[in-house]
Design a protein around this ligand. Structure first.
Ligand SMILES: [Zn+2]
Length: 113
């Protein structure tokens, strides 16, 4: 499962943080998961519960934002937000050859105590 390995990577990042600046536990993790990242949010939440077991992040609250991607329509020049790669341009119905952003997963904030 793709989401589980993302979560295990996330736990690794948290442990790395803890080595640099020790804390007792993680209270909340705020993640930005791009709408085009191809990540299943429910699977991500489940993966996090599994991966966090027995770590500093056990029982941490997982907050997830889903920023949209952006694309420039080459047909009409419109700059629009894209939540789905298959969506056509809302202005002219053209398809976007490429999107900017909205495809990655990153930690926005780590709330620790
Ligand atoms: Zn267009």
């Amino acid at each position: 499962m793709h989401e589980l390995s993302l979560c295990m990577e996330l736990i690794r990042v948290i442990e790395e943080q803890n080595r640099r600046q020790p804390f007792r536990r993680v209270r909340a993790v705020r993640l930005a998961v791009g709408a085009l990242a191809g990540v299943e949010i429910e699977a991500l939440r489940f993966g996090f519960t599994v991966a966090a077991q027995g770590t500093l992040a056990e029982n941490a609250v997982l907050e997830i934002e889903q920023p949209a991607g952006q694309a420039v329509c080459l047909d009409c020049g419109a700059v629009v937000e894209v939540r789905n790669r298959e969506d056509p341009c809302p202005r002219c119905g053209g398809y976007f050859p490429q999107v900017r952003g909205g495809t990655d997963l990153r930690v926005v904030e780590l709330e620790v105590e």
